[in-house]
Design a protein. Structure first.
Length: 331
């Protein structure tokens, strides 16, 4: 490439790059450059002064081209960069809120019966239902809460409530999950409400799961202990029986202590569910090979009320992550 042509190409790249950079910097004010000669300007760029002088008449049109490029494409490009940066900076709670709000906006309609889940992510869905009822966007909603906590939050927001005794045909249920595998099988019950969640969500025509991206996994078990609700009577015996189940080989049953709403030991007495039962958290070092068989064997164990393996129930999973909110549908 000839020296003059090379200089022009360098100037074009510099002009376009500078224009896009400036457009991406809010409140940017270019400093006033010191007065320099044409030769000094060329010398500072490491370009032969005679070549620069030859190229100088084209510099103005090159800069105009750069500005035009920025107007046409730079704004959209910068917008996408800012959006991506903003998504990466969102906290886990903000991601949960996005998923919860989208579930209500996309799946809850006026005149329907809905199931409201329990936990930090489901609380945002409950919040959104309350907002839309207050604004009038939703009317004639009846909700079935899956825990005392959800019941109390719903009552505070003015959401009309009922139970399965009077409304056992639900249009949709919305809840979070502690783990989601590629087949949309779930581990639930980190908040201690797994039995009420399951009985309500089994009655729904659609079960919409809402999670942030951290809850996705390749296999259930290692990432989050599987909760199992058991009766207090002879609970140590029941834990020993569970540990010997073939489909749960290698699990370590741990009695949940303290607050039932989390699986961190924060007390010295057994955690009590809304139903007056205990929770045993099953810890795994490797993924559960057959979650369906594991669930069946747990359910058949005397002393087990229910378990946190929700298999074959999910209609769609709304995921909020660094690239935005997206939906995974059951196949």
């Amino acid at each position: 490439m000839a020296p003059a042509t090379q200089s022009k190409a360098v100037l074009i790249v510099l002009a376009l790059g500078a224009a896009v950079w400036v457009s991406s910097t809010e409140g940017f004010v270019a400093p006033r450059p010191p007065a320099v000669t044409q030769a000094g300007r060329a010398s500072s760029l490491g370009v032969d002064p005679s070549i620069s002088a030859e190229a100088a008449p084209a510099l103005q049109s090159i800069l105009a081209l750069g500005a035009g490029f920025t107007a046409a494409f730079g704004g959209a490009l910068v917008g996408r960069i800012r959006q991506r940066t903003s998504m990466m900076a969102l906290s886990q709670d903000e991601l949960k809120k996005q998923a919860g709000y989208k579930a209500v906006d996309d799946y809850v309609r006026s005149g329907t019966v809905i199931g409201l889940g329990t936990g930090s992510t489901a609380a945002f869905a409950v919040e959104r239902v309350g907002q839309k009822l207050k604004s009038g966007e939703l009317t004639d909603i009846i909700a079935i809460p899956t825990s005392i906590r959800t019941q109390e939050q719903s009552e505070a927001l003015g959401i009309p409530l009922a139970t399965l005794d009077t409304h056992s045909d639900l249009d949709v249920a919305i809840d979070g999950a502690d783990e989601v595998d590629p087949g949309l099988n779930l581990v639930k019950g980190g908040g201690g409400a797994l039995f009420r969640e399951k009985i309500v969500e089994m009655c729904a025509k659609k079960f919409i799961v809402i999670v942030d991206e951290s809850k996705l996994c390749d296999g259930l078990g290692p990432g989050f202990p599987v909760p199992v609700e058991i009766v207090p009577f002879c609970h140590e015996h029941t834990m020993r029986v569970i540990a010997k189940l073939p489909a749960l080989e290698g699990c370590e049953p741990v009695l949940r202590l303290g607050d039932v709403a989390n699986n961190k030991p924060d007390g010295d007495k057994p955690a009590i569910t809304d139903n007056g039962n205990y929770i045993v958290d099953l810890k795994f070092t490797t993924p559960i090979k057959d979650p369906v068989a594991a669930g069946e064997q747990l359910k058949a164990t005397v002393g087990v009320v229910d378990h946190g393996l929700f298999t074959g129930m999910t209609t769609a999973c709304i995921v909020a992550g660094k690239d935005g909110v997206y939906v995974k549908e059951a196949k």
